[in-house]
Design a binder for this molecule. Structure first.
Ligand code: COA
Length: 275
């Protein structure tokens, strides 16, 4: 099914939801309207049984050219502080929702990715870029600091010297450099981008979905914790996951130890046999 509410769209196909920034004529920059539409789409897809993975990509030559300088900054600021705070809540709101999304998420970075675009980029669990994609913290070029979490994103993901250089110069880097810096997982030629993302999504679709959600949250949570806190959190997180699915791991053990139908070191157990 495809919906076409202009600023962002989605299609669900073989358990993959392809969500698209859809303002190609504005290089998919994020206006308040787009931000509201994204939240609606996330709401609509999050608990659907026919969705196992969400991919976030952009229509046209851009992934996202960041915040809309006219509609997000100039026009909301003209309406006063209340409007500015509302616009911030709406954009940060859907990025936060995406960071803790029920389904695994992949950013498929097809082109330009600037400034505010680093928010949803970071929100996605995994990111694959086209070699041809271009990334920059361009804020410094128009006279502000990289806000909307963008500074935090680069400091979290890339080494300090690179983060500082990236933020202070506003220079572009391509997909390959973004992968070398670990801003994305990997970079492939644009013509192979969709196939590679589909392949990765299919790997995720074969995993236990409760375990995937527990895992992705654990990776983000433990990053902020001491070792002891993390150890404790992980025990409790697994026990909480057992509440939602207490047969999965038993089936995983059974198929290996008793049935000898797979080896966990080499791939996932067969979900279809799980009751
Ligand atoms: N905010 C508002 N409008 C934007 C925009 C943004 N972030 N990015 C692109 N647009 C608009 C342009 O104003 C232009 O509008 P127009 O057709 O009404 O004149 C349209 O999108 C196409 O942009 P254009 O600059 O002509 O496309 P390009 O392919 O030559 O260049 C970019 C693409 C992304 C390099 C360039 O648009 C750009 O630098 N955008 C701003 C990026 C940025 O700094 N974002 C950070 C925001 S935090």
């Amino acid at each position: 099914m495809t919906t076409t509410n202009d600023t962002a769209t989605f299609t669900v196909e073989n358990r993959i939801a392809w969500v698209k920034f859809n303002r190609p004529e504005k290089r998919n920059c994020m206006s308040p309207t787009l931000n509201r539409r994204m939240m609606e789409i996330l709401d609509e897809l999050e608990f659907r049984d026919d969705v196992g993975v969400l991919v976030l990509t952009g229509e046209g030559t851009a992934w996202s050219a960041g915040m809309d300088l006219k509609e997000y900054f100039r026009e909301t600021e003209a309406l006063g502080l209340g409007a500015t705070r509302k616009a911030q809540r709406e954009s940060y709101g859907w990025w936060r929702r995406l960071r803790w999304y029920q389904k695994p998420t992949i950013a498929m970075v097809n082109g330009w990715c600037f400034g505010g675009g680093y928010g949803p980029l970071y929100s996605c669990d995994l990111a694959i870029a086209a070699d041809e994609a271009q990334f920059a913290l361009s804020e410094i070029n128009w006279g502000i600091l990289p806000g909307g979490g963008a500074t935090k994103v680069v400091v979290d993901l890339i080494p300090m010297r690179d983060a500082m250089y990236h933020a202070m110069t506003g220079e572009l880097i391509d997909g390959q450099k973004a992968a070398a810096w670990r801003l994305v997982n990997e970079s492939v030629p644009l013509e192979r981008l969709e196939a590679r993302v589909r392949e990765l999504a299919e790997v995720l679709l074969k995993k236990n979905s409760v375990a995937l959600k527990a895992t992705k949250d654990a990776v983000r949570r433990v990053k902020e914790m001491t070792y002891d806190s993390a150890e404790d959190y992980l025990v409790r997180a697994q026990e909480a996951a057992n509440f939602h699915d207490n047969t999965g791991r038993k089936e995983g053990i059974k198929q290996f130890i008793d049935d000898k139908t797979y080896k966990p070191g080499l791939g996932a157990y067969d979900l279809a046999k799980q009751n």
